[in-house]
Design a protein around this ligand. Structure first.
Ligand code: ATR
Length: 274
């Protein structure tokens, strides 16, 4: 087997933690392949995809700002990519370039690992209506959470997501947040609020039932303002790092034909870098 090369392409790309994750697995599994960080400007992205088609790489990840361009350039897309409207994982199957999105899988797999029965709630409140929210809502729909309430600063964006995802998904302005928490079993922050020392989302967790789970997809810092407030109230909280680790699993498996595991050693390795 020739050494297989995979990549993460983005612009900028210096801060991607994906190489750390995939190279940890390549080493742990004693595989000969590589996973490289590649800086690709938007202008150069189509040429980069041509290299992938020519066999230079077996596949890879794309990140900001290429997720929507990748969605357009692939030959086929998996169900999650179609639902989310963005591609973060590429792989060749014969002559066919496939695009998938592993974020919804990563979210659900991490939640499964951290809180048993997390998806048995009747109502989830999703804070934010950007690309990350789309992945989380798709995950919640796959798990058949009956009622999903999107809260966003810009109501029109929440409404457009509610229209897109349909059944059971409603849109709300920020002024409604606390009123929506009373019967929620899960609250997920998909906004950037709380990142790197910024204040967290403006909500009062005292409105939540004591059984609710609070999840943040922000992972810098690991203990966000939202998770700190949840802990202070004795609510269960799940940080965002596990989603990052789990979303990497399906890509690695496609490129290198081995299913890697997300264990404490990997978590600690990446956590030390955030
Ligand atoms: P991503 O693809 O990472 O989800 P995005 O598409 O830029 O990023 O979405 C960012 C989300 O965080 C949006 O829901 C945004 O709200 P708006 O749609 O109103 O812009 C939300 N967000 C970012 N900064 C915010 C702030 N200061 N207050 C409230 N919401 C904020």
């Amino acid at each position: 087997m020739a050494d297989r090369r995979a990549f993460v392409a983005g612009f900028p790309i210096a801060h991607s933690r994906s190489p750390m994750i995939h190279n940890h697995w390549l080493k742990a599994l004693n595989l000969p392949g590589s996973y490289e960080r590649v800086e690709v400007t938007p202008d150069a992205f189509a040429d980069f995809i041509a290299q992938l088609r020519a066999g230079v790489f077996v596949g890879g990840n794309v990140t900001i700002p290429h997720k929507e361009a990748a969605f357009q350039l692939v030959d086929r897309r998996d169900e999650a990519a179609e639902a989310i409207g963005a591609v973060n994982t590429l792989w060749m199957e014969g002559e066919t370039l496939w695009g998938g999105n592993t974020d919804a899988y990563g979210y659900a797999a991490n939640m499964d690992a951290r809180v048993s029965g997390w998806d048995q709630c009747e109502t989830a409140v999703v804070l934010g209506a950007g690309g990350a929210a789309r992945a989380i809502i798709h995950a919640l729909q796959i798990r058949k959470v009956p009622s999903i309430r999107i809260v966003n600063r810009t109501l029109a964006r929440a409404q457009s997501l509610a229209d897109h995802f349909g059944n059971g998904v409603s849109a709300h302005g920020e002024d409604e947040t606390n009123d929506l928490l009373g019967d929620a079993g899960l609250v997920v922050n998909t906004t950037s609020l709380g990142m790197k020392g910024t204040p967290g989302p403006d909500l009062d967790l005292d409105h939540l039932p004591q059984t609710a789970v609070v999840s943040d997809i922000v992972y810098v810092p690991l203990q966000t303002p939202l998770l700190r407030e949840a802990a202070q109230r004795g609510l269960r909280g799940v940080d965002g790092l596990g989603m990052l680790l789990h979303q990497a699993v399906p890509g690695f498996e496609r490129w290198f034909d081995m299913r890697p595991i997300v264990d404490q050693a990997l978590y600690d390795l990446v956590a030390a870098d955030v």
